[in-house]
Design a protein around this ligand. Structure first.
Ligand code: FES
Length: 714
């Protein structure tokens, strides 16, 4: 099909009046016909309706089209439909490109049809420039072994294992301790139901052990993991040092957490009657509490202040109330004080629990972190707790305390920290396991086939851990039930001739997809595991030998878009030309939302979609400036929300470097901007654009623009 030169077909959509009511669609079609390699252009009232789809299929066959451009709405919603259309007509779906002239044009420039039409032509020209260079791609289909490894035998691991086994999947559950149960083994009762923790655990372990689909290995740890979704080979080691291998399709991390030991805080480990809440639970369980007359509990010990533990542990307030009620249940006359910074008893059930505690005469006193409580030993072995009570603006002393109980946060344990590099999954700044996306993929890791649940992911109540474990089991079941997964063909490719074996790609890849291998002739080269590669482009940008290319987002394709983004105006008032790079997942969606919300902004911008802000090569920025563009805006997900873990952080680091280069060559660094814009920040997208246009107007044409020859660059 098609001979040597591409044969591009362009289909421009009226989208009823959504596009056609603002943009002169016939003019855009006529313009498209003049573009290089465009052999066919037409318009439809609704290109996504069945007659529009049929017209694309017919044109592909009749005009021997080997590239298709649809100029209509956003690719985030309609690209799959048009790709499928191309496939049905016998065209590889990666030979399709979309030009968004609705969300990025007619909806946001409704008051200026003339400039909106000019911009629509530019958007179509950019899409055709990329389409001419598109290549067919093949997606990989991977078989998935229908078995799962659950790491961690606490309540989350047991729940996930049982849920999966109930669906008929083979499950291996490994636990580093001799006994199952994790933290639940150490608890007395569970809030807010006051159910006996041992009863719940007994039932959960009973269900697990009775299940024929579950193999449980205790005193066992993970030593090594190789492979990818569907095909993980896991080396496990037993306490006796013997190794074994498990072959599984998916993995769930349910390794739990541990309680922070507040060494030397408030006299812990110095005075024997200063203990933690967890130790109090053990006293309840063993019946060794005795009959205390007065107990003081201190909240937020070690939490919300220290480096690495700057977080609220979420469960400590409820734990303190639960244990205070347990004491009152045993000994009605015991005085119980809870010294708190802020009480987190959210929701109806927990709120009522707090009221119940107040009814039982448990006393709550607020303190401020600047004046924390002080624990002073008495000669009779009891303790005095000194506290500045903010409510009455007075320091008070609670004397003759038999016990001081410290509420301490949950923290990541050593085993979790060791597991992170083995699985190649990240820990967050709080050192808990870090999910792929806070809102969109809260159970998944960025690495396909590995999921997380329970307190390994952060502090949680028992019921939240169980809920998340059920969710993880459901996520894991999807690829295992399908028995295969397809990986999108947007992956990195290495030119081994050019590769210098520096290993930087291996260093930046958040998925462990790149590794150096030795060729038979002795040369070290990078090898990309295309199943593990997610297509962020970090490796392509960092490669000093330009030996890595991203399929479907190749350098030459993006450069072609940049070079065709604006026609150089010969005369007239200065209107700044601004090029925006937007990551597919957040900022492009933010731009779409500005469109859907009809937020108007100046039509001075052209936008290039990349998978991640980390794909923006400094070369692209300088190409833009050399093409006569006055300002470049790089946009991406907020820190911590990048869909490729760390792509936006690399983008930020490069941004600083490029600005310093600009300064050195006499360019104003303000011409380059970076903005974090989420999918829900349509208004922010529009306002960043407005500000940038206004600022570029003040700055005037860039020095590189002025030096360009008249007529400019197409
Ligand atoms: Fe948005 Fe990486 S995916 S910045």
């Amino acid at each position: 099909m098609g001979g040597n030169m591409p044969r591009v077909g362009v289909f421009v959509c009226h989208c009823g009046v959504n596009i056609g009511g603002v943009i002169d669609v016939p003019e855009v079609v006529n313009y498209a016909k003049t573009l290089p390699d465009v052999v066919y252009a037409d318009r439809n009232l609704y290109t996504c309706a069945s007659d529009g789809i049929d017209s694309i299929k017919e044109a592909i066959k009749k005009h021997n089209l080997d590239r298709v451009v649809v100029a209509s709405c956003t690719p985030r919603t309609h690209e799959p439909l048009f790709r499928a259309t191309c496939e049905e007509a016998g065209l590889n779906k990666y030979l399709f490109e979309m030009a968004s002239i609705r969300e990025l044009c007619s909806w946001v420039h409704a008051g200026d049809p003339e400039r909106a039409t000019e911009k629509a032509k530019d958007i179509v020209r950019m899409a055709v420039a990329k389409a001419r260079l598109l290549e067919p791609q093949e997606e990989l289909e991977i078989d998935v072994e229908p078995s799962s490894l659950i790491i961690g035998g606490g309540v989350a691991g047991i729940t996930a294992a049982t849920c999966l086994a109930n669906q008929g999947f083979r499950v291996y559950l490994i636990e580093k301790e001799l006994e199952l149960g994790g933290m639940l083994r150490k608890l007395h009762k569970i809030f807010p139901t006051q159910q006996d923790a041992s009863e719940l655990l007994k039932e959960a372990i009973g269900n697990l052990k009775a299940h024929k689909n579950i193999t449980t290995l205790t005193s066992t740890v993970v030593k090594d993991v190789e492979g990818y979704i569907g095909n993980y080979r896991v080396t496990v080691q037993r306490k006796d040092g013997k190794n074994g291998e498990l072959k599984v399709g998916t993995i769930i991390v349910a390794t739990g957490a541990e309680n922070f030991e507040p060494m030397e805080m408030y006299g812990y480990r110095k005075y024997e009657n200063v203990i933690t809440q967890l130790e109090l639970e053990q006293l309840f369980r063993s019946g060794e509490l005795g009959r205390p007359d007065r107990i003081v509990m201190i909240q937020c010990v070690g939490a919300r202040e220290k480096e690495g533990m700057a977080y609220c542990s979420r469960i400590c307030c409820m734990t303190a109330i639960k244990n205070a009620l347990n004491i009152k249940e045993l000994y009605q006359d015991t005085d119980v004080y809870i010294l708190y910074r802020d009480l987190q008893t959210y929701g109806k059930e927990y709120g009522e629990y707090q009221w119940k505690a107040k009814e039982k005469n448990i006393k709550f006193i607020k303190y401020v972190p600047e004046r924390p409580p002080e624990v002073i030993p008495q000669t009779n072995g009891k303790l005095t707790v000194k506290i500045y009570n903010v409510s009455i603006n007075e320091e008070i002393k609670i004397k003759d305390c038999d016990l001081t109980v410290l509420s301490t946060p949950l923290i990541q344990h050593q085993a979790g920290k060791e597991l992170s590099p083995i699985l190649k999954v990240p820990l967050g700044s709080d050192l808990f396991f870090f999910e792929a996306h806070y809102k969109l993929r809260p159970i998944d890791f960025a690495t396909d086939g590995i999921y997380v649940c329970g307190t390994a992911h952060g502090s949680k109540t028992i019921s939240e851990s169980i809920t998340q474990a059920c969710a993880a089991a459901s996520r894991v079941a999807i690829p295992m039930a399908k028995k295969h997964v397809r990986s999108e063909a947007i992956t990195a490719q290495v030119n081994e001739e050019a590769c210098i074996g520096c290993g930087l790609c291996e260093y930046v890849c958040p998925y462990g997809a790149a590794e150096l291998v030795r060729k038979p002739e002795g040369k070290w080269v990078s090898k990309i595991n295309e199943i593990m590669c997610k297509g962020c482009g970090d490796c392509a940008v960092i490669c000093p030998a330009v030996a890595i290319e991203m399929r479907h987002f190749k350098e030459e394709q993006i450069l072609a878009q940049i070079g065709t983004s604006f026609l150089f105006p010969a005369e007239g008032e200065f209107e700044p030309k601004i090029l925006v790079f937007a990551c597919n997942w957040c900022s492009y969606a933010g731009a779409d939302l500005a469109g859907v919300s009809r937020i108007q902004y100046p039509p001075n911008v052209r936008l290039i979609r990349v998978m991640c802000s980390g794909r923006v090569d400094p070369l692209f920025v300088f190409k833009a400036f050399r093409s006569g563009i006055d300002g470049v805006l790089i946009t991406g997900c907020h820190p911590g929300e990048c869909h490729y873990v760390s792509g936006n952080l690399w983008a930020e680091a490069r941004y600083e470097v490029v600005k310093s280069w600009m300064e050195k060559i006499g360019m104003k660094p303000e011409r380059l901007r970076l903005a974090w814009i989420s999918a829900s920040e349509g208004a922010k997208f529009a306002s960043v654009i407005k500000d940038m246009v206004a600022d570029m107007k003040k700055l005037g044409p860039s020095s590189l623009t002025r030096s360009l020859t008249e007529g400019g660059i197409r």
